[in-house]
Write a protein that binds this ligand. Structure first.
Ligand code: NAD
Ligand code: DAU
Length: 328
C-alpha cells in the first residue's frame, strides 16, 4: 500500500493487521510533512514494513509491485489550502504518481484499489435534495480535487483500455486519530488545548459529510474482499454537519463558550456542501458504518489529541505560521 504513514493509511494498516493478522503489509511512503513513521509504532515488524520512497519513482514502484498481491493506493497530497498556494506537488504526486502505479499493476497484472474523494464531484447547494452517487458527473473545484479527479480518470481509462483489475472508492471527510493539525477538526481541538482561539472560514455554513476513519477503512476492506472489479463505490455514513455546528460541538465538549472562536477570511473557491449516497456499498457489499454517533466519535478524537500532545505539538508552529501568512 502507498501512503501508509499518513492519517487514513496508518489507521488502515492497524485495522487491516487486526482483521487479517496473516497479511504482510508493505508500505511505500515518501514521508512528506504529512507522513510520520511513528504512526506505525507498536505494529509487528514481521507483518508491517515501511519503505521510504516516492510513488513517482518507477524503478522502486516496479520492484515493490512485482512482489505483492494487491496495491492499495492512499498516498496523495491531500490538503486543499496547500494546493491553492503550491499546486505542483499535487499534480506530480496525485497524477504522475497514480500513473506510475497503474503502469506497474498493468505490467504485473496485480489487483489495484484506488482511494479517492467526494470532492471530485464539485459541490452541492445547501437545499439540493440529491447526494453524490457513483453516476454524478465530475466537476472538481480546487487544484487538489482536480488532480484527484485526474487520477480517477486515469484509473477508469486503464480499466477500459488495458483491462486492469481495479476498483475505486470516493469517500467524504474523515475524522479520528493521527489526522494532521492542518485539517479542520484537529486544528480546532489543538488550538483550544493550547489556549488559542479556533478559526472558522467565512460564514461556517459549509457542510461536510463526516465519517470516522475506521468506517472509511472497513469499507475499503469490504471492497477489497467483495467489490466487483471495474466498479466505483461511494463511501459515506450520513454525517452531514456544517462547520459552525462542528466547531460549537467541539467547544462545548471541551468546556468552552460556544462562541469562543474567530471568523477568518474564506478559502478561495470554497466548496459549499458535500453529501454521499452510499446505497450501492451497503446494498451490494453489506457494509455498514459503526461510528454513527458523531458526538461520541468526536469526544474520543478530542481525548486522543489530549493524550498525544507529543505527536502533534511539533507540527503546530509551522502549520499555524502558514495559516497566519494566508490570513486564515
Ligand atoms: P495525508 O496527507 O494524511 O497522508 C498522505 C500520505 O501520503 C503521507 O504519509 C505522505 O507522506 C504520503 N505521500 C505523499 N506524497 C507521496 C509520494 N509522492 N510518494 C509516496 N508517499 C507520498 O492524507 P490522508 O488524509 O490520510 O488521505 C489519504 C488518501 O485518502 C488520499 O488519497 C486522499 O485524497 C484520500 N481521502 C482523504 C479524505 C480525508 O478526509 N482526509 C477523504 C476522502 C479521501
Ligand atoms: O471531502 C473529502 C476531503 O475532505 C478530502 O478529499 C481531503 O483530503 C480532506 O482534506 C478534506 O477536505 P476539506 O477541504 O473539506 O477539509 P478541511 O479539513 O481542510 O476543511 C473542512 C472544512 O472546514 C472546510 O469547509 C474548510 C473549513 N475550515 C478548515 C480549516 C483548516 C475552517 O473553517 N477552518 C479551518 O481552520
Amino acid at each position: 500500500m502507498t501512503g501508509g504513514a499518513g492519517f487514513i493509511g496508518s489507521n488502515f494498516v492497524r485495522l487491516a493487521n487486526k482483521q487479517n493478522p496473516d497479511w504482510q503489509i508493505e508500505i511505500l511512503d515518501k514521508l512528506t510533512y504529512a507522513g510520520n513513521p511513528q504512526n506505525l509504532d507498536g505494529l509487528d515488524p514481521t507483518k508491517v514494513h515501511l519503505t521510504k520512497g516516492d510513488i513517482c519513482d518507477n524503478e522502486l514502484v516496479d520492484t515493490l509491485v512485482k512482489d505483492c498481491d494487491a496495491v492499495i493506493h492512499f498516498a496523495a497530497e491531500s490538503h486543499n489550502d496547500n494546493s491553492l498556494t503550491s499546486p505542483w506537488p499535487f499534480v506530480e504526486t496525485n497524477i504522475v504518481g497514480t500513473y506510475t502505479l497503474l503502469e506497474a499493476v498493468r505490467k504485473y497484472e496485480k489487483r489495484y484499489h484506488h482511494i479517492s474523494t467526494d470532492e471530485v464531484y464539485g459541490d452541492l447547494e445547501l437545499d439540493d435534495p440529491h447526494k453524490f452517487t457513483e453516476d454524478t458527473p465530475y466537476m472538481p473545484s480546487s487544484p487538489y480535487s482536480s488532480t484527484k479527479a485526474g487520477s480517477d480518470h486515469l484509473v477508469r481509462a486503464w480499466i477500459r483500455s488495458f483491462g486492469i483489475q481495479a476498483t475505486i472508492s470516493n469517500c467524504s471527510n474523515n475524522y479520528g486519530p493521527y489526522q494532521h493539525v492542518e485539517k479542520f477538526i484537529p486544528r480546532q481541538i489543538t488550538n483550544i488545548l493550547l489556549g488559542d482561539r479556533p478559526k472558522l472560514y467565512g460564514s461556517g455554513e459549509n457542510v461536510r459529510d463526516w465519517i470516522h476513519v475506521d468506517d472509511h477503512n472497513s469499507a475499503v476492506l469490504a471492497i477489497l474482499d467483495k467489490g466487483k472489479l471495474s466498479e466505483t463505490y461511494m463511501i459515506g455514513a450520513n454525517g452531514e454537519k456544517n462547520n459552525k455546528e462542528v466547531l460549537e460541538q467541539i467547544l462545548e465538549i471541551m468546556g468552552q463558550p460556544k462562541d469562543a472562536y474567530d471568523h477568518v477570511s474564506d478559502r478561495p473557491g470554497h466548496d459549499l456542501r458535500y453529501a454521499i449516497d452510499a446505497s450501492k456499498l451497503k446494498n451490494e457489499l453489506g457494509w455498514q458504518p459503526k461510528y454513527t454517533d458523531f458526538a461520541s466519535g468526536i469526544t474520543a478524537t478530542i481525548e486522543w489529541y489530549k493524550n498525544n500532545r507529543s505527536w502533534w505539538e511539533p507540527l503546530k508552529a509551522q502549520t499555524e505560521k502558514k495559516y497566519q501568512e494566508l490570513g486564515r
